[in-house]
Each structure stands twice: as structure tokens, then as C-alpha cells.
Design a protein around this ligand. Sequence first.
Ligand code: ADP
Ligand code: MG
Length: 693
Amino acid sequence: MVKHTIQIFGRIKPTKKTTTVYSVDNEEQTGASLEFVVPRDLADGFVNNKRECYKFRFQKVFDQAVKQEEIFENIAKPVADSVLAGYNGTIFAYGQTGSGKTFTVTGGAERYSDRGIIPRTLSYLFERFSQDSSMVYNTHISYLEIYNEMGYDLLDSRHEASRLEDLPKVMIMEDPDQNIHLRNLSLQPSANEEEALNLLFLGDTNRMIAETPMNQASTRSHCVFTVHLCRREPGSATLRRSKLHLVDLAGSDRVSKTGLNGQLLTEAKYINLSLHYLEQVIIALSEKNRSHIPYRNSMLTSVLRDSLGGNCMTTMIATMAVDKRNLDESISTCRFAQRVALIKNEAILNEELDPALQIARLKREIQSLKEELAMLTGEQRDDQLTVEEIQKLEELVKTFLDDRDPDVTLSLGPDMRKIQYCFSLLRMMIMDKHGGGNGRSDGSPAETVREEVIQDSYHSAAEVTKLKTMLKQRDNEISILVKMLKKEKKRAQDAGYRSTDTISADHGGRAMQYMKRGPQLSMGKQEAFETFIRDHEDHLAIEDNKNLLKQRSAEARRLGEQLNEARNRINELKKKLEMQRRQRAAHGVMGNHTEAEEEVDPVEENLCKHIEHEKKAYKSTIGCLKALRTEIEHLQLLLERAKVKLQKDFHKWWSQEEASSVQESESEAATRCRAGSPSGTLQPSSPGTPGFG
Ligand code: ADP
Ligand code: MG
């Protein structure tokens, strides 16, 4: 168990105006501090005892110029590491609307370097999986949006067809152990980084589409992107499950009772009710001796229950804008962060046993215990084995010894007499084999020399035998090749439309390809193999599959490019939509905003439709690409199998040819002897092999 308080970090959004109202000190030994100095004109008109200086402590404060990479390295990477180790982790961004929460969590839409914590973390996790081959990792993604106390599955495919209100709501269920389960929230498997990023992209697009001027979802809703990780050692029954929540909270903007007239809004209320409940939970947690924590008051606090004062390593990022008009909100954000920093969490390693594997292991154990028991308490037997039993055992030992399978076992059951008998049988056999070795050498130098001479002659004799065998093999090869050549010539005469040269060159290359990972062949055999491939009955099918594989790979590349283009188009449209909404909002502030808000803006509607349309195309391309990948993998397997079959058939055919060549040369030699002729001519013969022709 790891006890720790929630880590708090501050991030300041870049601002165009130079502002001197704050200062950052990251050099302090106990962490960092952020100080605001409220200028006179802001506090103006307010009474004398107004404080002007506000100082807050953080683990670290990231000033305006800090890049996304540094944010990931400092904040997200340590959390990702503990999630990899099997602990739960949460990172949440808190701050007023426009302060950079989404930029920090998800990233900016334009530049690759602006990608935020989620894509960087996904990339990091999948990279780590690929580096660690000793473990099997399994990843699922879920993406939840909470708006107005309702939960929506951002990865629900029905988002396309239905309005937000018509989608099934995500419900909170609590089991007797007070564990939270989310019903109707899908867990999407993601095998690699690309799939996980696609899910993020689709979820974000769904979120944007569902938004209307009436429901300002992007500022008023919370988004919880969760990576569910399962890690196990192959063959082991224990597994570790951990969850990483990456949370983009609703804007923490507050309203004042008195309005914005230069006064600091210390008593203001949240616009968002669930942030109010979040604050209550945090206050309760930071107070000593509070037994009741009001988690159940809102969906957000229920979902984040473990992240707040529970089994989780939690980190908060307070995002702030420091231009003068946002100072009060930034100070509220810091105050909230200070309370959060008091919360203590206890993260535990989430290790559990896989029941199925555990059962299999226990079954094996029971079986071996049963055998042991039978051995110890087994029924009374005669001391001696019967003649039949002995005969049977001898047969068993013989088959055991004759079996070429390295994994062969000798199963004798729980009978010690049989086990002992077999051991003594084996012992006898071994002694027999080494038997007769009674004559010992005296170890004298003369003896040693004699031994060396014997050894040498033994070696050269072995060498000669080896060479003789090789010679014989080559003879066989030559005679098989001559036969093939004859057949080849005849074929070329029959079908004159293709020159033999091009064919063999073509197939030589191909044969090499097939043999890339196969055993090394001698030159003659290699040539025979090349011709064999061309004549093989599977040849056409293999060629077809290879061409298909080429086509499919090209298609996959093309689809990949299409996917990229569609993604860019969607991003472009999203930008336009956001611009349009901003303009509308500004228009609403200027006056007659009730009408403006309620009317449906045709431009906006059109953009939404367009995005919807593009997204459908995007998803269908992903579908095609997935299907194509499956096909490509399948084709690769087919080719691999064909290769193995080809090699097997070839070796079979080759050994048959060899056998028949040996026979022929023997009978020729006999004929020669009888006729006294010095050399014979090869008889034309049909190879007559299966799968040839
Ligand atoms: P929030 O999600 O808190 O409402 P956003 O993340 O949408 O705020 O940020 C508002 C705008 O400011 C966006 O256009 C975003 O790209 C920009 N922005 C925020 N933080 C940064 C930053 N650190 N660097 C550059 N641009 C930023
Ligand atoms: Mg946002």
C-alpha cells in the first residue's frame, strides 16, 4: 500500500498582454509557490482591510512558456508508471472556462506538438507494453461524459443516429462492497496506440456534435477518459488490473450575488452544481474526524470516489488565466487546490487471481495428491508382480525407449512395485550396453599414443565415410536433375509460347523467396526445388494469393491515407463550428440573446451535419481497414502454410526419387557387369510423384 496526498500542479495559460500581477517560484525546497498581487485599481473602491497578496503552494507551477512535452514528463508519466505497476491513477484538470483544461488534457487541435496528456500517455503505455515481452497486457478504453447529472457514453455508436437525450444513460450501480459499477458505459478493446487514439478522436467528435447553444456541454460537462489495464505473466494465475482516469472537468466559473464590480468573488457559487458537490466532498475529506463523505450527492463524485481519498494515486492540475479580469477565478482555483492537497489517498496494488487458471492449477494438484494418496494407502497387493504384469511392463519400457518424441513419458500409475521394476529393467539395459568394458588401460605413455593413433584412424575413417555418403548424394541429385531436365524439354516442346529461360529465372527468384526461412539446400537440390515449385499443384493458388496480398496491402495504404484526410477535414469543420459558436455567444452578450439562443443557427446546423457525414465516412473507413487487416493477416498465414506444405512435399518427393535412383544405378551396374559395358545410359522414366505436374 502506498499512502500519499493528492499532488497539485499549477499551469498558467499564455496571455498576450504582459501582466505583472503574479510571480512563480519553483526554487523553494518544499515545492513551488504562486503569488498573486492584486493591483490597486482592481481592489479599488473596496474597503481598507482588503488583502492584496495571495500566496499558494504547489508541487510545481508551470508558467506560460511551458510546453506540452514537459507537462507530460512531469505530471502524467509518473502516474502512467504507477498504473503500469498495477496501481490506479487519476489526473484531473480544474479551472475556469478557457483556462486551458482541454488543451492540457486532450491537446490543441492544430499541431502535433500540442497534443495533450491523453495521446501522449497512450503512446507511452503502448510503447512500454512492446518493450516488456515478459508480460501480456490487455487494454480497454471508456469515455464518459457527465452533463447535468446524466452520464453519456461518448463511444456509443448510436451517437450518430440519435439525439443526446435519446441515448441510454450511464447509470451508477453499487455492489455490497460499495464498489462502483457503471452500467451502459462501453469498454472498447484497443490492441494498439492507433486504435486507442481513434477512440479518443471519435469520442471528442461525438461530444462536439451533441453540443448546442442550449447545452454548453464543452464548458459545463465533465469528461472522464479511462484506460483499463490488465497485466499478467504468461501461464501465471495472478493478474493485475489498474485504471487510469484522465479527467477534463467542467469550467469552475462562479457567479456572484453582487455582480462583477471590481470586488473579489470569494463567496461566489459555482455555475456547475456538480463542482459544488465536488468541493463539498473535498472539504469533508480535508477535515479531520469526518466520518461521512457525501460521495453519493453527484455522479461525478461517485465516479471519482476512489480517486478522492481512496485506492488511487491522484494528481490535480489547476489551470489558470492570469489577465486581470480572470484574477478572481484564478485565486478561487488556487484555494480549491490547497484543499485538495490535504487529501490522503491509499493506493493498493490491484492483484487478483484468475479463477479459471486457478481452477486448472488446483485440479492438477488434486490429481497428483490423489495419486500420492493411492500410493500411500493403496489396497494390499501381492509382493510379486504377475507374469502378465511383467510382460506388459517390458512392452511399455520398449515403446518408451523406441519413441522418438522427446516429451514421451512412461506412465505406470500409483504402483511402487511397477515403478521399481521398470527402473531395474532400465538399469539392466544400460549396464548391458556398456558391458564388456572390463579391460582397463594402464595409462602409460605408450598406451596414450596407441589410443591417439586409434582415434586418428577412427576420425579419418569417419571422414571417408562422410565423403562417400556425400558423393552418393550428389550422384543421386544429378540423376534426378537429368530426369527432370528431360521432362522439362518435353514440356517446352509441347507448349512453345513461353521460353524456358524466363520461366526458370522467374521461379528461381521465387524459390529463393520461399526458402528464405527454410533449411539450406545444396545447389542441385535447390534447383530441383525451384522446378518442383513451378510444377506443384498449389502453384497457381499461391501466386493468386500473393498477388491478392499485394493488392490488399496497397489498398490498406490507400485507406490509411484516406483516414488521415478525413481526420483533417473533421478537425477543420470543428474549428469552424467553434468559431461560429463563439460569434453567436458574443452576439448573445451584446443584446437580444434570448432569441439568438433559442433559434437554431442554420450555419451551425449545416456544419454539424457536415461533421456527422464526415464522421460516418471516417468510421466506415476504419471498419474497412480493420476488415482488410484481418484479410491481410489471413493471406499471410495461408502463404506461410503453403510454404511449409511445399517444402514437405518436396522432401517427400526427393527421398522417393533418391530411392528409385539408387535402385536404378544398382540394376544398371548389374547389367554393366553382365554385358561388360563401361557406362550405361539413363533410362527415361516418369518420376511418378504425388502432387507433381
Ligand atoms: P478550457 O478547456 O479550460 O475551457 P481550452 O483548453 O479550451 O480551455 O483553452 C482555451 C483556448 O486557449 C484554446 O484555444 C486553447 O488552444 C488555448 N490554450 C490553452 N492553454 C494553452 C497553452 N498552454 N498554450 C497555447 N494555447 C493554449
Ligand atoms: Mg474545455
